[in-house]
Design a protein around this ligand. Structure first.
Ligand code: SF4
Ligand code: SF4
Length: 413
């Protein structure tokens, strides 16, 4: 296992991190806990020391299973990363309550890497107004967390602003050979690294879509390579080739894939791809772009939209859905990020057809017309799904408050 260093602290992290959002499942759809624990311990024995979880993964089960897997001496060998979900925070005291609950669930007295989950510009502003900077400082001071960071799904301008707003030790961004100009992208990766942040990479294979069953025209290009590698190995090697990258998370749940990733993580030094191999990956990227419905490069020149549409973000979701129509999570992620569930609304349906963006777009895309297509394809269920999920979050918050009030009164009775 290769390790890379966190610039501000000198901590050495395995370049392969274990993403705990896709544990193996049982026939009935629950988490196959025994198998997941075996996989986690096998990865630790092979040198993986970074485990990334969150309250939302497996609806709370991920933190529980990781906590159990690390009992019996494994906890001391690893760093735990988990996250504060801004959509469950309504007031300052929620932050302490959620963190304290996570420490209990994970059976530990500290979180090594604590992230604000899935930030963009508006959600960071909300959390800052609620006192999250003071919360993180206090939690570091009293030892409940060691390092503070954030995971990110906004645009690169927002990313730079968040990087500059606090004394972060690390950040987590989506990055793969299709997302160089999407979200934080290469510009954000270099910016964060230049500021001394460790950069953790999520979605190196776009939720597995760049691995496994790839389109035939893509596989044809891979088959031309002298080195016989799976699409997953090519994708991971491309990310690790960047010296600014610290850890690459992989949501592993199959023993064969885990061993393949462990093997590659023994070799994937920064700058280890040859010029010919990089050129081959460029061709694969071009072919994926050809398969996309909209030729948006994610440059962001059209932003901001006066009506709040995240134009490149909407196109990225639409294109992902076109290339990988079998992946139902893509639509759900679109609704989560743009439908107002995890921040301000920024979906295509907000477009008022003003045409301002189309005048600036260097790709000459007919953006107003395309926004209608995106809205029709991606937002059919939005009017139902988003209010229901928002309502559930609000109710669980209120019920939790009432329950804590009763328990508190009983405790003092
Ligand atoms: S045409 Fe639509 S997406 Fe473009 S700037 Fe106007 S409202 Fe925004
Ligand atoms: S200007 Fe055009 S290519 Fe650039 S992000 Fe906007 S729509 Fe995409």
């Amino acid at each position: 296992m290769l390790y890379r260093t966190v610039p501000k602290t000198g901590d050495k992290l395995s370049i392969l991190g274990f993403g705990c959002m896709r544990f193996p499942s049982t026939r009935t759809g629950g988490v196959d806990e025994e198998r997941a624990i075996r996989q986690i311990r096998h990865a630790i024995d092979a040198g993986v020391n970074y485990f990334d979880t969150a309250p939302i993964y497996h609806l709370g089960k991920s933190e529980q299973v990781l906590g159990r897997a690390l009992a019996g001496g494994y906890r001391e060998k690893v760093r735990i990363a988990t996250k504060l979900p801004h959509w469950s925070v309504f007031e300052r005291e929620d932050m302490d309550r959620i963190l304290n609950g996570q420490l209990k669930t994970l059976q530990t007295d500290h979180i090594d890497y604590y992230l604000l989950h899935s930030l963009a510009g508006a959600s960071f502003k909300k959390m800052r107004d609620l006192g999250v900077v003071e919360f993180l400082d206090a939690a570091k001071k009293d030892g409940r967390i060691k390092n503070a960071g954030f995971s990110f799904h906004g645009n690169v301008k927002e990313f730079r602003e968040i990087v500059d707003a606090c004394d972060w030790q690390f950040c987590q961004i989506q990055y793969n050979y299709l997302d160089e100009q999407n979200q934080a992208g290469t510009e954000g990766l270099r910016y964060a690294a230049a500021k001394g942040l460790a950069v953790i990479i999520m979605e190196p294979l776009r939720g597995g879509n760049l691995a496994g069953r790839v389109p035939a025209s893509i596989q044809k290009i891979w088959d031309e390579a002298p080195a016989k590698r799976s699409p997953a190995e090519w994708g991971l090697r491309w990310v690790w080739d960047h010296p600014e990258v610290t850890v690459v998370l992989s949501g592993m749940n199959d023993e064969v894939h885990i061993d393949e990733n462990l093997r590659v993580a023994d070799e994937a030094l920064p700058g280890s791809l040859t010029p010919d191999e990089r050129a081959l990956i460029d061709r694969v990227r071009d072919e994926y772009r050809r398969l996309m419905k909209v030729g948006c490069t994610g440059c962001g020149y059209c932003m901001p939209c006066p009506f709040g549409v995240d134009i490149p973000g909407c196109f990225a979701g639409y294109n992902a859905h076109a290339i990988f129509p079998h992946d139902r999570a893509i639509k759900f992620q679109y609704l989560g990020h743009h439908g107002g569930l995890m921040g301000e609304k920024s979906h295509a349906g907000l477009c008022r057809q003003c045409g301002k963006c189309a005048k600036i777009c260097p790709q000459h895309l007919p953006i107003p017309a395309l926004m209608k297509d995106v809205s029709k394809e991606m937002e059919g269920m939005m009017g139902v799904v988003v209010p229901v999920l928002r309502g559930l979050l609000w109710c669980s918050h209120k019920i939790g408050r009432v329950r804590r009030a009763i328990m508190g009164e009983k405790a003092h009775a």
